[in-house]
Design a protein around this ligand. Sequence first.
Ligand code: GLN
Length: 344
Amino acid sequence: MPLEKPGLHRAFLVHDGLRKKYLYSFHPVTGLWPVFALSGVSLNYQNILEQIHAEIAPTLPQGQLADYIPQLACVDERKFGIALCDVDGGYACVGDADERFSIQSISKVFTLTQAMRSADSLLWQRVHREPSGNAFNSLVQLEVENGIPRNPFINAGALVVTDIVLTQFGDAKAALRDFVRRVSGAGDVDYDVAVAASEAGHGYRNAALAYFLKSFGNLDNHPDQVLDAYFHHCALAMSCAELARAHLFLARHGKDKSGEVISPSQAKAINSLMLTSGTYDAVGAFAYNVGMPAKSGVGGGIVAVMPGMFSLCVWAPGLDRRGNSMAGSLALQRFAQLSGHSVF
Ligand code: GLN
């Protein structure tokens, strides 16, 4: 950010990869050089999160609960939490960061990671990697594009990914739960079976997608089996703290505490897909306003990753018309402004 100072050349505040700030000045002869000893001033994430909490909490509730899954209409719409984990072990949080909620489509990052771990090349013959520009549960594009979903983060794409995981692991529910327990470090993370049953009882659109995919030959397993695993995956209950931690491997080039989860190039690929498809048909505005890979879910959670630096999760249950948390999107936009971080 340029600062004009009388008697000084034009000065710039610069953040380096270690979250430190330096003040640089443009010298007409020598070019850019550091003039102020601001080095060593770490950004205080806790202060930033508290400022966002103070700004946003009084404006809640905002948006609409995801009542097309009846169980999600029972959630208190005033809830709000944020948690951030950095790659050096730092942690900051505010509000309801420890309360578990329904992660919904955030689970698509986990199933994609599992599918990439076990069947990376096969996967990309059955799912594309382009933004959809359509609602996450749209049927029309699938017909026109011969049953190959645009990306793994819309529902049709996630159903294909779930089918692959089902074929690879057999018990896709146990496999995903164990994987999420590993990356989150929370050994008791589990499915909210009431949410899974609620969605199964009303999931006609997802059922239509699954049967449609089967008609194109893009599901190996029976659609009902795929739907059962998919509804459970969406019904994982986790907190912001657990979700921030569970996505840290994407900020650490594929590694978690116990070793490699995926390769560095696969971690880069998942971050790229989150940036281009993680928030559905709002992805352009999201990249514009926030500028970080992110994945949302209709439970009101949004996870964002800053490669090499941190992962964070915000939760506020009220959604905008595209299915992204309204206050959560605003919170991430404020975080990007206040921290100065963006992948661009
Ligand atoms: N389970 C939800 C559905 O299939 C997930 C959608 C979402 O979170 N965007 O509709």
